[in-house]
Design a protein around this ligand. Structure first.
Ligand SMILES: [Mg+2]
Length: 395
């Protein structure tokens, strides 16, 4: 009897942040929780693959999501999930391409389940580890000054200090206040104050990344001023300061050169069909240094394809992970472990209440998971309260 996927459950599980998250350049307060649509696929021998199907709920319903997952996975032979050669995955299994397309999350489940059935790590299925640990950055420093207007920029500085006290060695600060929530000039001034406050609070050794979610669109004059002011504060990367565009990025490269910044320019989280034309142009013209499609959205097969195309360009792998909750950290750590050019994990710092604990975190980096598959299992005690909303399908 071939081993097949015998049962699948899909369960909505809210994951909490450790604090309230404020606005970014275009979205109002993120709040305190995100929902993860947790998929558990069990095989005949009792192995279980895990992922989250949030992508299917973007324009779908529980009913349409279940129909899709059923067609893709229920009754499917484990050996048909992935194409494997010499212990390393080379592509989708027969007939799986159409299901994996735009459902990268499902490829991560496949790596997890196949790994657990074979008793091997997904890191090995991806070609083996390239690093001994995975650096992570705190990605929860939104427009926290708006949540505590009296303290203003200092609020972000204080939260940054707390993140460093908690062990993080890299932080990302949301920028672009002038794109929507403040007048452009005042927003740029506040952005600068925030970077100043954070640098003062965390000292010289912590990496600072900034991300404007396109908040400087149409205001290259203000962006120039901003880059001039923050460059002495040592910025590691500038993310989505403006919308991806060859002329805009050329202008930004010139600003960095003018002010002596060696920061990376990064973007690509909005690329739903990577690598799309404009991003390919930015890569070909050496105008970006890091590319950021979502880790769960595009999945492991999607990212294998992206890295094949990035090879030799010097552009580094920096998968977006915000909104992927507890599960996303495991996926990102495993991917990062096997990726030569990976930079760091976008860490939402959710408490992994329905999953077994993350690997040890020391000096701002996670150890690699050691178990088969993703090296994570469901924590049944943490999962139990959510089982009331479980949707179950049997082969
Ligand atoms: Mg971003």
């Amino acid at each position: 009897m071939p081993e097949i996927i015998e049962s699948i459950t899909v369960t909505p599980i809210p994951s909490s942040y450790q604090k309230e998250l404020g606005k970014n350049a275009y979205i109002d307060n993120i709040g305190t929780q995100r929902l993860e649509w947790v998929v558990r696929a069990k095989s005949s021998s009792g192995a279980e693959g895990i992922s989250i199907a949030n992508r299917l709920m973007r324009d779908g319903s529980v009913e349409s999501m279940l129909a899709h997952i059923k067609g893709a996975l229920l009754g499917r032979e484990i050996d048909d999930l992935l194409e494997i050669s010499n212990g390393v995955v080379t592509g989708a299994g027969p007939g799986m391409d159409r299901w994996y397309r735009r459902n990268g999350w499902m490829t991560i489940l496949a790596f997890d389940l196949v790994g657990k059935v074979r008793g091997v790590s997904a890191i090995d299925l991806l070609g083996g580890k390239k690093h001994d640990s995975i650096p992570a950055y705190d990605t929860t420093l939104y427009f926290q000054d708006f949540l505590n207007p009296e303290k203003g920029a200092q609020q972000v500085g204080d939260e940054a200090a707390k993140a460093v006290a908690d062990g993080w060695r890299a932080l990302k600060l949301k920028m672009g206040r002038g794109g929507k929530w403040m007048l452009p000039e005042a927003g740029m001034r506040r952005d600068i104050e925030v970077v100043q406050s954070v640098r003062e609070s965390v000292g010289p050794d912590v990496k600072i990344y900034v991300d404007a979610n396109f908040g400087y669109d149409g205001r290259l004059d203000l962006l120039d001023e901003y880059i001039k002011e923050v460059t002495p504060l040592d910025i590691f990367w500038f993310e989505e300061m403006i919308t991806h565009d060859v002329d805009g990025y050329k202008a930004m490269r010139e600003m960095l050169a003018k002010y002596g910044s060696s920061a990376l320019l990064t973007c690509g989280e909005v690329d739903r069909d990577p690598i799309s034309e404009v991003f390919q142009d930015l890569i070909d013209d050496r105008l970006i240094d890091g590319y950021q499609p979502d880790i769960v959205g595009h999945g492991f097969l999607g990212w294998m394809d992206i890295e094949r195309q990035l090879k030799g360009t010097g552009v580094r792998t920096i998968p977006h992970n915000f909104g992927n909750g507890c599960f996303g950290s495991y996926a990102s750590i495993v991917w990062g472990a096997a990726s030569e050019t990976y930079v760091s994990l976008e860490d939402e710092r959710n408490l992994a209440h329905y999953l077994t604990p993350l690997p040890e975190f020391t000096n701002g980096a996670y150890a690699l998971p050691t178990g088969p598959g993703l090296g994570v299992d469901i924590d049944e005690a943490g999962y139990a309260p959510h089982a009331k909303h479980e949707n179950r399908m049997e082969a």
